[in-house]
Ligand binder design. Structure first.
Ligand code: ZN
Length: 570
């Protein structure tokens, strides 16, 4: 490709609304353009990279035995009603009406569609196992789209769905996808690592996310370098000890704490009740009903765990008014010893089990309670792991300190079980003649997000540093003198033709621009290899071959193609 014949609108400055390096670089390198918030056009070079990533994904999915299909983006709401997800996924579903008034959903994912297909087309165990996948545009009604392709309203996703006759079969299908994902991200030049994950709104019993370490990532991951344990912070647990039991104190006693409305204030003079001897009482509205949550004073509630453990579809902190309505007091004075309505559930964090000699709010401004023994004085409905782990806590598997880092989620594998197949009648006749629901798994890769993750992980002060496998072009030839028939241009075209014939993607920068401009652009777009042809070098019969992230080497003009091929083949 000749530079003047394609479109590479590079920018010296990043648009003000691009917040993270990868978003800025995709815009500056002329790979994408914003049409509206969360909606992007891929320009020719951006699309080339996207297609290369898609090809890697398709090759690895095919290799793992998955079958490519293409499902519609328009989905009838009835199948979402049948699966029970019309409510749970309601917030992110794009809904529209056609001219007859019939409602449709724009596909954010396709469990319902593929399960409906399986219900109609798969009838016997002889047809199983099967794994179907597609690479297609998906939609999410993101209220706050941000970070470019990372969180967009319209994006490209690879989604796959496996159907098996048994649980063991489903686990084998899961493992195949897990292995394929590791290969996919490695081939894209990404350092990915799988972590245990919450199954969230999709449901299911077993799940891993594939993460890319990045300071700008929206996820937090707890991990142990010693034993390899890694989990999304929404799911992570640690081996932190439970609250030390003390002598069972006398009866609960109310004491005056004027103006004290925080854990920190109660920990100070004159009260000096350490945060780890306090019970933090929170009121949440879970699926429109108030619930009371108890965690230790020095712990933080993890809302994802709360929803996962209690099965709540939606949960939010109660307003001060709702706290008063529930416990008769405002946040800062709440406690679960007194005045808890009989129909309000009290969920306590496991770390508090057996704790005594604790302090908590008295549901009365200016008063707290002491000598609280949680199992004696509070009617706990259920115990759960509800706290967020912190860096430095002992690993639950090997007791070495856990670390926490930020990461970008690029892939997710779930074992779904029969959640969808049972509801949508995706059943089969087994060898014993019994009709059973298929055991399913589902597997996603954010394709456009993966593209941006490559840029986020691989860039420097000059621009993007593409891995060869996904670069828009592998080689950029830069003749410094582009007059047709000039020695530099003639040699540039010769090298271009030879490399192209050997299957290398080459772009020839035939713009009549200063060398500085051309080199800056080549570094900004991030071509892995640059071949510069200047008058001085030519006089000596030499050209410069320069990998994007290494110094140049002068090579004889006739050896240039071989030198490039050596770099291409690693
Ligand atoms: Zn460990």
């Amino acid at each position: 490709m000749k530079w003047t014949q394609t479109l590479v609108p590079t920018l010296r400055e990043a648009p003000a609304d691009a917040e993270i390096p990868s978003h800025q670089l995709l815009l500056r390198a002329g790979l994408i353009r914003k049409l509206a918030g969360g909606v992007y056009t891929f320009l020719p070079l951006g699309l080339r990279t996207l297609r290369k990533i898609e090809r890697i994904i398709r090759e690895e999915m095919d290799r793992a035995g998955a079958l490519e299909v293409a499902m519609p983006a328009l989905q009838p709401p009835e199948i979402w009603e049948a699966s029970g997800r019309a409510q749970t996924a309601g917030d992110v579903l794009f809904k529209l009406k056609d001219s007859t008034g019939r409602q449709w959903f724009l596909s954010p994912t396709a469990e319902e569609v593929i399960t409906t297909l399986a219900a109609n087309e798969i009838n016997s165990y002889r047809q199983l196992p099967k794994n179907f996948y597609q690479v297609s545009v998906k939609f999410r009604d993101e209220i706050r789209p941000r970070f470019g392709l990372m969180r967009a309203k319209e994006f490209i996703m690879k989604d796959a769905y496996s159907f098996d006759t048994t649980d063991e079969g489903a686990m084998a299908s899961y493992q195949k996808m897990y292995d394929a994902y590791k290969r996919i991200f490695a081939r894209c030049g990404l350092q990915s690592f799988p972590v245990e994950a919450d199954t969230g709104v999709i449901g299911g019993s077993h799940s891993h996310e594939f993460m890319i370490p990045a300071a700008t990532g929206e996820n937090e991951v707890a991990y142990c370098e010693a034993c390899g344990y890694a989990a999304n912070i929404e799911k992570a647990t640690s081996g932190i000890p439970k609250t030390a039991a003390r002598e069972l104190g006398a009866a609960v006693e109310k004491f005056s704490t004027p103006g004290v409305v925080s854990i920190e204030a109660l920990a100070k003079e004159p009260y000096k009740v350490a945060a780890n001897r306090q019970i933090k009482t929170l009121v949440y509205i879970a699926d429109s009903k108030p619930v009371i949550i108890l965690v230790r004073g020095d712990d933080q509630l993890n809302e994802t765990k709360l929803m996962a453990k209690t099965g709540a579809i939606a949960a939010r902190p109660a307003t001060p008014e709702e706290c008063v309505a529930t416990l008769g007091a405002k946040p800062g004075s709440l406690g679960a010893v007194l005045n808890v309505p009989a129909d309000v559930k009290v969920y306590a964090d496991e770390r508090l089990r057996g704790a005594n000699d604790m302090a908590t709010g008295a549901n009365e401004d200016g008063f707290h309670l002491k000598n609280v023994s949680i199992e004696r004085d509070i009617k706990v409905s259920e115990w759960f792991d509800l706290r967020t782990v912190n860096a430095g806590e002992p690993c639950g598997k090997c007791a070495k300190p856990l670390k926490i880092r930020r990461a970008i989620e690029v892939g997710h594998v779930f074992k779904l079980g029969t959640k969808y197949s049972a509801k949508l009648n995706a059943t089969f006749l087994d060898a014993d003649g019994a009709r059973k629901p298929s055991v399913m798994g589902c597997y996603g890769i954010g394709v456009t997000r993966t593209l941006q993750a490559v840029v986020e992980q691989s860039n420097d002060k000059d621009g993007i540093v593409w891995p060869i496998a996904v670069a828009p072009y592998t080689v950029c030839i830069t003749p410094l003198g582009v007059a047709p028939g000039s020695p530099a241009m003639t040699l540039a075209e010769k090298i271009y033709t030879e490399l192209t014939a050997r299957g290398v993607d080459v772009i020839l920068d035939d713009r009549d621009e200063r060398p500085g401009v051309k080199f800056k652009d080549a570094d900004l777009v991030g071509f892995p290899i640059r071949v510069a042809i200047g008058e001085k070098g030519l006089a000596k019969g030499e050209v410069e071959v320069k990998p994007r992230n290494a110094p140049f080497q002068a090579v004889k003009a006739e050896d240039a193609v071989e030198a490039v091929m050596k770099l291409v083949n690693g």
